[in-house]
Design a protein around this ligand. Structure first.
Ligand code: FE2
Ligand code: FE2
Length: 136
């Protein structure tokens, strides 16, 4: 994962990494024209990971009084709605039109954690949560 998106909180960074890996697996499954149920399973897995992760982040934002919590949550909700549409789309009958649309929609998946940069910066500036220096 791109270092600029790392929050310095191991748990959050580990969740981002897993989300990124499953998002990439979705893209690879679509590109490889895997069976619809394989793609669907991965999208459901991605949705569950995101739902949990967003709840954790929203809780953290309230704890540290992150000023952009409303806007950040709005982005979370939009992403969840998009993934929800993908879940439904992967259940539709196969066809080039559906595959083309999915490939287009899935192209944004690797960037799903990009919006956390401001949160990461704020977390670093928050006195109670210092970046780990390793070792100590
Ligand atoms: Fe995140
Ligand atoms: Fe986020």
């Amino acid at each position: 994962m791109d270092a600029q998106y790392q929050t310095g909180i191991d748990e959050i960074d580990a969740q981002h990494l897993e989300i990124e890996q499953v998002a990439n697996a979705v893209i690879e499954a679509v590109a490889a024209k895997d069976a619809w149920h394989s793609v669907h399973y991965l999208v459901v897995r991605l949705y569950e990971l995101l739902r949990f992760h967003f709840a954790v982040e929203e809780s953290l934002m309230r704890i540290i009084s992150f000023p952009d919590v409303v806007e950040h949550k709005r982005v979370h909700d939009e992403i969840l709605q998009t993934i929800e549409r993908m879940k439904v789309a992967t259940l539709e009958p196969k066809g080039e039109a559906v595959r083309g649309r999915l490939a287009q929609e899935f192209s944004f998946l690797p960037h799903i954690v990009d919006h956390d940069r401001k949160l990461a910066d704020f977390v670093v500036g928050f006195g109670g949560l210092a970046r780990q220096q390793g070792g100590a």
